[in-house]
Design a protein. Structure first.
Length: 350
């Protein structure tokens, strides 16, 4: 008996779709452990795509040479700084663990100063303990993630090498398999590129400048460890508006509690007038140049990203959410176009 007599074309399509979904689910489950490496590969490819094409098509470099040079460049400007930041965080955590008396003195000083002002002498201590517990858990998570970092970076660069050397085939396959026409696929790619540039390059510039300004403020007003807290501010600057105050407000309260009134007041003014507004001004400039992620999307993305990826979720979370919203918007546009075409076809049939 011929298979055509058993199943209709529609039924065969449904069976094939079910098989594809099952196999896709198995593949997703199997690769869940390297999902960060895959996402990192796509982000790195987006960031360095134009440079790779320039090396190959303008300078006529062999594709393997172009891929290797870009990988080396990316290691120096992206991977090594993260390694340095991680080492700094670990050293500071060890230092604080070896000197718990300093933490207790700071807590007692703040508790006495602020507690007297608001009439609740134990409130600040409780908040500090809760915050310490949260950031301690976050640091533990980051250290645990660091154990897998070498494997993920290795996988990322392995994939990245083959994407760079076979970029035409890779991009052609993307266009072929995306459920969009060529025009929508181009729009989708451009929006992904702009969002990636905005969140990675643009936000990194904002973070570095904010961190440097905060470190300068710490130095001017006599707060301790300006370099370390400047780096922490740069990391937290990926949370728009909310990040830097988590650093300079407690530092100002410590200064005030120690009787350094003008220094504490000056640091608060420095933070709210200069550091915060760096974000506002530069974000507008970046939005005009390459596009922007709305602060609400960034905050929600951070909330989603940190539990999934740890500290790197500050970057991955907002990007994932932004990519999702772009896909939804293009889907809606396709749906409207399809409904319009169906309507016109019905009118023609009449």
């Amino acid at each position: 008996m011929n298979n055509n007599d058993v199943f209709s074309q529609k039924e065969r399509n449904i069976i094939i779709l079910i098989i594809v979904l099952i196999l896709g689910g198995i593949i997703l489950y199997a690769t869940s452990g390297i999902f960060e490496a895959i996402l990192g590969t796509l982000i790195m490819y987006t960031l360095f795509r134009n440079l790779n094409i320039y090396f190959i098509e303008r300078w006529h470099w062999p594709k393997p040479l172009s891929a290797i040079v870009i990988i080396i460049i990316s290691i120096f400007i992206i991977v090594l700084p993260f390694v340095g930041i991680g080492k700094m965080l670990i050293n500071k955590a060890i230092e604080l663990q070896q000197n718990p008396q300093w933490i207790q003195r700071v807590m007692d000083s703040i508790n006495h100063f602020v507690g007297d002002k608001i009439g609740q002498p134990d409130l600040i201590q409780k908040q500090l303990e809760d915050s310490s517990s949260y950031f301690g858990g976050l640091l533990t998570s980051a250290l645990g993630t660091a154990a897998n970092a070498f494997l993920e970076i290795t996988v990322m660069y392995f994939l990245l090498y083959f994407l760079f050397t076979g970029y035409k085939g890779f991009e052609g396959s993307l266009i072929h398999y995306l459920p969009f026409d060529d025009e929508k696929a181009y729009v989708f790619g451009e929006e992904l590129k702009n969002i990636t540039y905005s969140n990675i390059i643009g936000q990194t510039i904002i973070a570095i400048i904010q961190g440097a300004c905060l470190a300068l403020g710490f130095y001017i007003f006599g707060a301790k460890d300006p370099l370390f807290w400047g780096v922490i501010c740069a990391i937290l600057s990926f949370i728009p508006l909310l990040g830097p105050p988590l650093i300079f407000v407690p530092a100002a309260i410590i200064l005030l509690s120690e009787g350094q009134t003008w220094q504490g007041t000056g640091l608060l003014i420095w933070g709210f007038v200069l550091v915060i507004n760096i974000d506002n001004v530069l974000r507008l400039i970046i939005a005009k140049k390459v596009g922007d992620i709305h602060p609400i999307i960034t905050v929600v993305g951070v909330i989603i990203g940190i539990p999934l990826f740890g500290l790197i979720g500050l970057v991955f979370g907002p990007l994932l959410l932004a990519y999702f919203l772009i896909a939804v918007r293009i889907y809606k546009a396709n749906k409207r176009l399809s409904l319009k075409q169906d309507y016109l076809q019905e009118r023609l049939d009449e």
